[in-house]
Write a protein that binds this ligand. Structure first.
Ligand SMILES: Cc1cc2nc3c(=O)[nH]c(=O)nc-3n(C[C@H](O)[C@H](O)[C@H](O)COP(=O)(O)OP(=O)(O)OC[C@H]3O[C@@H](n4cnc5c(N)ncnc54)[C@H](O)[C@@H]3O)c2cc1C
Length: 141
């Protein structure tokens, strides 16, 4: 991993062109919040391998990969601009700029959890999503 600056770009309208496609930061450069960036490149690779293994034509496999991953990662690109799960920190700072004695008085556990778990769901990081059985990952599930 050689990325050395923080940058994001608008989601692309297309990744796959015949037998050529994009993956990782080339496909979805995003602000690296919420343990993301490289994590999504790994999910891209998993999806790409599954599509190539299950689809006879390479072009059709890359189109299927594009269809599955492009919209999913586009949502993360846009969410990361708002801070991702670290948005909890911004929320608490905005409500209590001078500090606080009891976090529950500023933002309840349920409210904080909703931000973090909501992001995990968009990113594909919930326990159920990670354990989803996939071809080549028979131990999951
Ligand atoms: C500060 C910071 C913190 C981050 N923290 C996290 C984190 O906690 N979790 C996480 O998942 N992600 C994180 N990321 C994001 C993560 O680093 C990137 O998403 C990841 O590196 C993307 O991998 P990649 O292989 O797609 O691209 P890169 O890692 O950028 O690899 C691309 C490679 O292609 C090479 N290359 C470029 N042009 C050419 C060319 N013409 N010919 C040959 N080679 C070329 C480059 O030299 C590079 O080696 C962070 C990023 C930053 C900047």
């Amino acid at each position: 991993m050689t990325t050395s600056f923080m940058a994001g770009m608008d989601p692309l309208p297309r990744w796959s062109f015949g037998r050529v496609s994009l993956l990782g930061d080339a496909a979805h450069p995003m602000y690296p919040v919420g343990s993301n960036g490289a994590s999504q490149a790994i999910l891209d690779a998993s999806c790409l391998a599954r599509c190539l293994a299950s689809t006879p034509s390479v072009a059709a496999a890359l189109a299927a990969y594009d269809a599955e991953r492009r919209l999913a990662t586009g949502a993360i690109v846009l969410t990361n601009r708002k801070g991702g799960p670290e948005g909890v920190i911004d929320m608490v700072e905005a409500r209590a700029p001078d500090g606080f004695g009891d976090i529950e008085q500023v933002a309840s556990y349920a409210e904080r959890e909703a931000v973090v778990r909501g992001y995990a769901s968009i990113a594909g990081f919930t326990q159920a999503q990670v354990n989803q059985p996939r071809q080549g990952n028979p131990g999951a599930g």
